[in-house]
Design a protein around this ligand. Structure first.
Ligand code: DGL
Length: 264
């Protein structure tokens, strides 16, 4: 097979990276993708740095073993823990990570108070501190670790009353002292975006890094002459560390319907 026709490998600790895959397939409909979700080991965000590094390297090696031409780390937590290691290990291919979309949130109009939701690990790691340092002078940046939220998404519980209660409690401080915008700094969170918007109300603007990551992936493939020009529509293959047909069905549903309004 020609190198250009090889698939792009994309992975996450579970099904969250589908929020990025949606943007990738919209931006590059002719590309083939293999999506690997490590749902068996999710969540990553509450594990130790060493554990996440080990899991991330194993995820990447699994996809590399299938001959992917590029790697998209569709997980903020794995990116903060291991992107440098992956880039060092796989120098010959583009390795694209994701980070919280703080820049567009800070630069969108008069957004003085910006709340970043992410996993405890993403917020603790050096990459985020550095990012926050770049925008600290332009806005008040607040960070909110959200342990427990990924589990709702992994269960396919995307619009339940229990989720709404969980979020209302999590956001309590920011409902009494409102914020202007919210950054979804974990790829699982766009899958419950409607519920997050409902709890915050329509005046709060929500940002996520999926689209920027897709644009960057396209740019990198183009730069290396790796864009698939076959003219045929691309295929997506889903793989998951859980041996469960239901999770693969949920993945396909979330990609095809681009909606989060379904309970499984
Ligand atoms: N989806 C992941 C992220 O973007 C991690 C969620 C988790 O496993 O904790 O951070």
């Amino acid at each position: 097979m020609e190198k250009r026709e090889q698939p792009v490998g994309i992975f996450d600790s579970g099904i969250g990276g589908i929020s990025v895959l949606r943007e990738l397939t919209a931006c590059m409909p002719g590309e083939n993708f293999i999506y690997f979700g490590d749902s068996k080991n999710a969540p990553y965000g509450t594990k130790t740095l060493e554990e996440v590094r080990e899991l991330t390297c194993a995820d990447a090696a699994r996809l590399m073993g299938q001959g992917v031409k590029a790697l998209v780390v569709a997980c903020n937590t794995a990116t903060s823990a291991a992107i440098d290691i992956l880039r060092e290990t796989y120098r010959e291919i583009p390795v694209i990570g994701i980070e919280p979309a703080l820049k567009p949130a800070v630069h969108a109009g008069n957004h003085k108070r910006v709340l970043v939701m992410a996993t405890p690990m993403t917020l603790r790691e050096e990459k985020f501190r550095h990012l926050m340092g770049q925008y600290r002078r332009e806005a008040e940046i607040l960070s909110l670790p959200c342990p427990g939220l990924v589990e709702f998404v992994e269960r396919g519980e995307l619009d339940s009353p229990e989720l709404e209660q969980f979020l209302a409690k999590l956001f309590a401080d920011y409902l009494t002292h409102p914020v202007d915008s919210v950054v979804l700094g974990c790829t699982h969170y766009p899958l419950v975006r409607e519920m997050i918007q409902k709890v915050f109300g329509k005046n709060v603007q929500i940002f996520d890094g999926g689209e920027g990551t897709a644009r960057e992936t396209k740019r990198r493939l183009e730069e290396m002459g790796l864009l698939n020009c076959s003219g045929r529509p691309g295929q997506v293959v889903f793989e998951n560390s859980l041996d469960s047909p239901e999770i693969l069905e949920l993945c396909r549903f979330l990609l095809e319907h681009k909606t989060n309004h379904k309970k499984f």
